[in-house]
Design a protein around this ligand. Structure first.
Ligand code: PLP
Length: 285
């Protein structure tokens, strides 16, 4: 079944959904995006995604394409038109179509707004049951990883490098030897009963799932340390996990071929997933 997508004001079958070759998202990766998960036809943490979108747009001095109320209505309409029960909604805003120039286009150039759905399992995933293997790779991204831009070539290459090494995903590592994050998720280790994840800065994306998980971990009595950790510390950890809008909390069972604990998903990762899923489903809109 062909999806119904949204392009600059119109709901269109995917085969008719088109943007200009002059769009700055296409020519310069001059765009930002959000991914919101849908479970039971409802949006998970929509307010968090809108807050981060606002911030990304602000950091790049890009106009908002429309109001957040409109964006909510478009998300809901896409869920309805595609009968989406479980999956995700991808939203992208770019600085619009203009003559190619490193300078921003003239004021008044309309931003482009594109959304589409992708159906697929979120709650029940093989990766959650068995845990994922990660491989460490150099972090080759730019210095503003806190902005959710569509420049995803470096993490895409990182993921392919990890797959070539037989892993499921990459953990990217800075020149200082500290893990930044996964190719499309935040990274955590559990050691000595403490949950450790890198502190917020320009070095990582400020995950919406991360914010909830850090809060929930503290609320459930866990000790959370927000600080960088090295690859060596991660390999010696009792367990590890990742978080993202689509992975929720997914256990990591090995790093560069080194098994963590007994090599199966750890109890704290499982518990964090349960707590996160329960809260986010209860709050979904
Ligand atoms: N870090 C990176 C680099 C990401 O691309 C993502 C999500 O796409 C995340 C972290 C997780 O963010 P969120 O929990 O908001 O999905």
């Amino acid at each position: 079944m062909s999806r119904i997508t949204y392009v600059n004001g119109d709901y269109l079958p995917e085969a008719e959904a088109k943007v200009s070759i002059f769009d700055r998202g296409f020519l310069m990766a001059d765009g930002v995006y959000e991914v919101t998960t849908v479970v039971g036809g409802k949006l998970i943490d929509f307010a968090g995604h809108m807050a981060r979108l606002r911030r990304s747009l602000g950091e790049l001095r890009m106009d908002a394409p429309t109001s957040e109320d409109d964006l909510l209505a478009i998300h809901r309409e896409l869920v309805r038109r595609n009968a989406l029960e479980e999956g995700l909604i991808y939203l992208q805003v770019t600085r619009g179509a203009a003559d190619r120039d490193f300078a921003f286009p003239p004021a008044g150039t309309k931003p482009s707004l594109v959304l589409f759905t992708q159906a697929g399992p979120v709650l029940e995933r093989e990766s959650v049951r068995r845990g994922i293997k990660v491989a460490t790779v150099p972090d080759l991204r730019w210095a503003r990883r806190d902005i959710k831009t569509v420049q995803l070539l470096a993490p895409s290459l990182a993921k392919m490098e990890a797959k070539a090494k037989g892993a499921d995903d990459a953990w990217m590592v800075g020149e200082d030897g500290f893990v930044t994050e996964g190719s499309s998720n935040n990274a955590y280790i559990v050691a000595g009963g403490k949950v450790v994840t890198r502190h917020l800065s320009n070095a990582i994306l400020h995950g919406i799932t991360r914010a909830s998980v850090v809060r929930l971990a503290a609320e459930t009595g866990m000790n959370v340390e927000e600080r960088p950790f090295t690859v060596a510390e991660a390999k010696a950890a009792d367990e590890a996990f990742i978080t993202s809008a689509s992975a929720f909390v997914t256990p990591v069972v090995s790093i560069d071929g080194v098994a963590l604990g007994d090599g199966s998903p750890g109890p704290i990762a499982k518990r964090m997933r349960e707590v996160y899923v329960a809260e986010s489903l209860a709050r979904a809109i």
